[in-house]
Design a protein around this ligand. Sequence first.
Ligand code: PLP
Length: 450
Amino acid sequence: METQNMNAPDSLWRPMTQHKMLLQNHPKHIVKAEGCFMINEDGDRILDGTAGLWCVNVGHGRKELAEVAKAQMEKLAYVIPVMTSDPAVELSAKMLEKLGMEKGHVYFTSSGSEANETAFKMVRQYHLQTGNPRKHKIISRHRAYHGNTLATMSATGQAERKIGYEPLAPGFLHIPPPYPYRRHPKLTEEEHGTECVKFLEDTIIYEGEETVAAFIMEPMISGGGVMVPPDNYLTEIRRVCDKYNVLLILDEVVSGFGRTGKMFGHEHWGAKGDIFTFAKGMASGYMPVAATVVKENIFEAFYGEANELKHFRHVNTYGGHPVAAAVSLKNIEIVERENLVANAAKMERYIKAGLNEFADHPFVGEIRGKGLLLGIELVSDKESKTPLETARSNAIVQNCMKQGVHVMRNGYTVPGLDNVLIMAPPLVLQESEADMIVDAIGNALKQALN
Ligand SMILES: Cc1ncc(COP(=O)(O)O)c(C=O)c1O
């Protein structure tokens, strides 16, 4: 196949990219991928240390997923969502089974943003139809990412993502997330967790509990800087939500399907949401598929006569897409069959052991994360925890790339705190591949001192 001259500008508007820079430094197209590696047009093998955008959980190049897609396309490629298909029904049952929910309902969409947007509309309509018509506000946390639509961007707590797009949707409020690394030194982790839960309770009280519909959180903040909460945080959040009839939406878009070394991120902390949202690892990026899962009591609030307009009047052309659902089912089967959740937990220990060798490096503030969602907070001074300057942390990412390892940084999130190096490789990662990540970071850190 003919490839394009990369020095010539093309017509593709890339996301999150300053195109002026592309004129000088055009990245090579990726033409193929297998396992944990991407292969570019020059034939270079690059270790995909971020599993695409932390979604290719089962690794690249899975023929059986392609075969399932082909078979489903030949049988039934598309159906109007209200009529649905066998794979969509089967996938909804599978998701409830994995979540340990005897009852519940699953609404399918095609992206994490849509899954969260769907959840926001559901919680507002739910409260309206259960006698709380004023409950409409949605509380979320600074540093969290929940999507790119106007409402999910409103819930997102990353100021730099919002510049140029405001005013966003009204009715969204933010509280600080737990940040154990930068907590007040007099507080234990647990006390810090309790302090952050109080931010939620105080906000609900100040706003008027009769106006607050839901609280949305990622079990562990991912793109905002890989932030692991104290162990008591989620259960205490659950208690506060119950106390004020505030629905808890757990955004498992990144943490779902094994990424954190448990099937779902919330399993680390033993409390459940009223609503869960999923995407990414649901089909490992082989098909765009996402879901909003609700407890049965929420679903039941939508029962009524047809002309009462109590049903969920929301549709996505590609919701419950038969091919996407079939691929997702096979993807979940692979995660189970190959014990990828256990592998993620095992590789966490292995990579952390490697990275801990650099703990004394002057730029390494904290090494943290769970499963294969790991971060290194980079600082220019360990004592004051001053974040490493953008140019220097960027140089570390670029240096890894030069060594054939793709890692990321939490760029364009919150001002001044874009200093977290992020690793989230496919869950099929083997020790030799983990060594490549650790070695590349070690070399890049060493060279960053020059
Ligand atoms: C936690 C979280 N929620 C939601 C989203 C939005 O998902 P999508 O990009 O599929 O719309 C993302 C995307 O990275 C995410 O990280």
